[in-house]
Design a protein around this ligand. Sequence first.
Ligand SMILES: *Cc1c(COP(=O)(O)O)cnc(C)c1O
Length: 366
Amino acid sequence: MTARTRPDLESIPTYVPGRNFPGAIKLASNETTLGPLPSVAKAVAEAVELAHRYPDNRSTELVAALAASVGVAADHVAVGCGSVALCQELAQITCNAGDEVLYAWRSFEMYPIVTQVSGAVAVTAPLTSGHVHDLDALAAAVTDRTRLIFVCNPNNPTGTAVGRRALEKFLDAVPAHILVVLDEAYFEYMRFPADDFPDGVAIGRTRPNVVVLRTFSKAYGLAGLRVGYAVGDPSVISVLGKVHVPFSVNVAAQAAAIASLDAQAELLDRTDAIIGERARVRDGLLAAGYAVPESQANFVWLPLGTQAARFSTESAEAGVLVRPYGVDGVRVTVADPHENDAFLEFATTGPGSAGFAAATRSETQT
Ligand SMILES: *Cc1c(COP(=O)(O)O)cnc(C)c1O
C-alpha cells in the first residue's frame, strides 16, 4: 500500500524541465549570458571553505547590505532561497484553506502553484487586450476572502509594466488589510520616465500592506545560487521569519549576493546592452508584421495563441529554445546579439513566419 498524500496536489502539473541539447541557443529562462564577475566567484570560493558550518540563518550581513542599498532599516528586509521561496512563504503567512489569492492571468507560473500548495483558492483577472495588467479588473476581483494579491511588474511572461500612478491608484482601491506583493524580478530592466517610475520600495514606504520581491537571479546573474529578497513592513517581515525553511540561503549564496551588491554599478551597467538588444529584437519582429507588446524586461512576448506550441517546436528545430505558454504565446529571452540574430532569422524569414506574425496580430488589440 502506498502512503497517503494530499489528493488535491494531483492537479499540480509535474515539473518538466525545458528542452536542451548541445549547441542550442537557450532563450527560455530569462538568464543572463555572462558568468559571475571575478570578485563574485572569489567570494563564493572563499565561502565554500566554510561549508562545514551552518550559514547565518538570518543572513545578517546580506540583509544589512540590502537595507542600505534600497534605503530602509534592516527590519524591513527578508532573504529567501530565490524569490520563489518568498512567494511561497507569503502565501503561507496570509492564507488558510479557502482563502483567496488574486493575480492577473497570464502571469508568473509559480503563482497558481504556491496558491494551491498553501490550500488557498486562486482568483484571476484577465490582462488587457494589449497584454498589460488590468488593474481595475484586478481591484474589482477583490472579495472578503482575498488575503494576498500578486502584481508582477514587469509581468512575466508578457514583459509589460504599469507605471507608478496606475499602481498607486490600484493600491488606494485595495483594502489595507490585504497583502499586496509587487514582484519586481525584472526591476533592473525597467526604463520609465522618472515621474512615473514604478519603484515598489518607494511606493511601499507609506503602505504597510505592500511587500516588494526582488532577486539576484536575473540582472545580477546568480540564478544558480538561489537568492531573492523581500522589502516590506517589519510587521510582515517578522512573520515571514516564522515560516522560513531554516538555513535555506546557503553560505555561497549569501557571499555571492554581498559581493554582487559591492559590484552593483558594474552589474547594472550590463542591463543597458540588453535594453538596446530588446529594442532591436522587437523592432525586427514588428518590421516582419508581428504584434509584440512593449517590454520592460529582458524578454519579449509573442502572443501566438494556438500557434505557440508549433512556433516553439519549429524554433527548437532551428536551434533556438524559447518558452511556450499553452495557447497564449511564447516568451523569448533577449540575450547576446548573435543569439538574438539566430532567433530573428527563424522568426522573420523561416517558412512559417508570415503565418506566425498574423497569429500575433489577431491575438492583440491596440
Ligand atoms: C525569475 C522570477 C522570479 C525569481 O526567481 P528566483 O530565481 O526564485 O529568485 C520571481 N518572479 C518572477 C516573476 C520571475 O520571473
